[in-house]
Design a protein around this ligand. Structure first.
Ligand SMILES: [Zn+2]
Ligand SMILES: [Zn+2]
Length: 389
């Protein structure tokens, strides 16, 4: 059933006439609007059709003295829009039974175009209106978290998640009644969950105070759930974590939350992902990062160096001559797979190593390198600039 709001506008507003309009004035205004919004003149236009219904309803109220008075009184009681009880309007408030208000006793003020308001609303809010006990209910959303290895976060993985949540009590199967007993139909509301209150010529319905709208009463409550019929339970589900998730990311798994009741849809599951760091690789979005040591001669003279790739053989990276420490090179396509099937890159950052121990031969070579470059002072420019300022 779709939430249907009763026209919030006064009938006189709908027809664009004053509250004290005379019957001929009402008729004239109605005819003009009805011609404009008639479905025959607005084929396939849903909003015109809605408007036409509204106009017809308004006319049908205003052209009946008795109903016009009742409607005005009801409006002044409730302020503006009257909403259907189960339709998502009036949260927690008592329902307002429009069928009782307008239906039944009507003498058939059939306008020939719109039908009687009681019939119209009766079809929407009528006797078969689902009660709280029969209406499908969407399951709740659930939040949980999981830890993934670095590789699983990159590749995607199916994990088992243990979820705790409220569901039907397993002891009484949700009835709330002690083993061996059954709940009985509430004698106060005969199981409808609603009770009527009469206020003058209006009838209102509100949740039954005996059964709190459940329609059933329990004489011997289930000791596990104290008669509520609900209990905390755990269940294990298999959830597919998509490839490429990052540490701290919250992913939504549609329909993996608490199952719905009475055919309602399941809620959604939100999983906060924690990714354990990798000893070698880091992540920067869909790029992988890696620090690679190079020797001073490699950085100075240039070299082809092997660098590790995640999942797969090492890749060769060409380090050009004169590469400074900390420079980053990009290896295309060796990063994390994106949802569109393309891959991020591997970002290789070189770290020029300073030898901690030298063989005699290496020391000798370095000594001659120092001699050969004795004329160059790398701090010359720095000292100059410091003086200049
Ligand atoms: Zn129970
Ligand atoms: Zn009841």
């Amino acid at each position: 059933m779709s939430p249907k709001a009763y026209p919030a506008k006064a009938s006189s507003q709908v027809l664009g006439v004053s509250k004290t309009a005379t019957p001929p004035e009402i008729k004239k205004a109605y005819r003009k609007l009805a011609r404009k919004y008639h479905p025959d003149a607005n084929k396939g236009n849903a909003s015109s059709e809605e408007r036409f219904k509204e106009i017809s309803e308004a006319h049908s109220i205003l052209s009946d003295e008795k109903r016009r008075k009742e409607y005005d009184e009801a409006r002044s009681l409730f302020g503006g829009g009257l909403r259907s009880p189960g339709g998502g309007g009036a949260p927690g408030g008592f329902g307002f039974d429009l069928g009782d208000l307008f239906g039944g006793s009507g003498t058939g003020t059939n306008t020939g175009t719109g039908g009687r308001l009681g019939d119209l609303l009766g079809g929407v809010f009528g006797a078969q209106r689902p009660t709280a006990q029969t209406r499908p209910r969407r399951g709740a959303d659930v939040e949980t978290e999981t830890s993934l290895t670095f590789g699983d976060a990159i590749d995607g993985v199916t994990v088992s998640l243990r979820l705790a949540g409220e569901g039907p009590c397993p002891t009484c199967k949700g009835t709330g009644a002690k083993a061996g007993t059954v709940p009985r139909v509430c004698p106060n509301c005969q199981g409808t969950g609603q009770e009527s209150k009469n206020l003058g010529s209006f009838a209102f319905s509100e949740p039954c105070h005996e059964c709190r709208g459940r329609g059933l009463v329990v004489d011997d409550p289930c000791p596990v759930c104290s008669g509520s019929g609900r209990a905390m339970s755990t269940r294990t589900i298999q959830a597919r974590i998509p490839a490429g998730v990052a540490d701290g990311q919250r992913i939504k798994l549609k329909g993996k939350g608490v199952p719905g009741e009475r055919g309602g849809p399941a809620g959604d599951l939100y999983v906060r992902v924690h990714v354990t760091p990798h000893p070698v690789f880091g992540r920067s979005g869909h790029n992988l990062t890696v620090n690679v040591p190079v020797t001073f001669p490699e950085a100075t003279l240039g070299a082809e160096v092997k660098v590790p790739a995640h999942r797969g053989a090492p890749v060769s990276v060409r380090i050009p001559a004169g590469t400074p420490n900390g420079r980053t090179f990009r290896v295309r396509g060796k990063g994390v797979r994106r949802t569109d099937g393309t891959n991020g890159d591997l970002l290789v950052t070189v770290q020029v190593q300073v030898p901690q121990q030298l063989s005699a031969k290496a020391r000798e070579a370095l000594e001659s390198f120092r001699e050969a470059t004795a004329a160059e002072d790398p701090r010359d420019e720095l000292l100059q600039r410091a003086k200049g300022a």
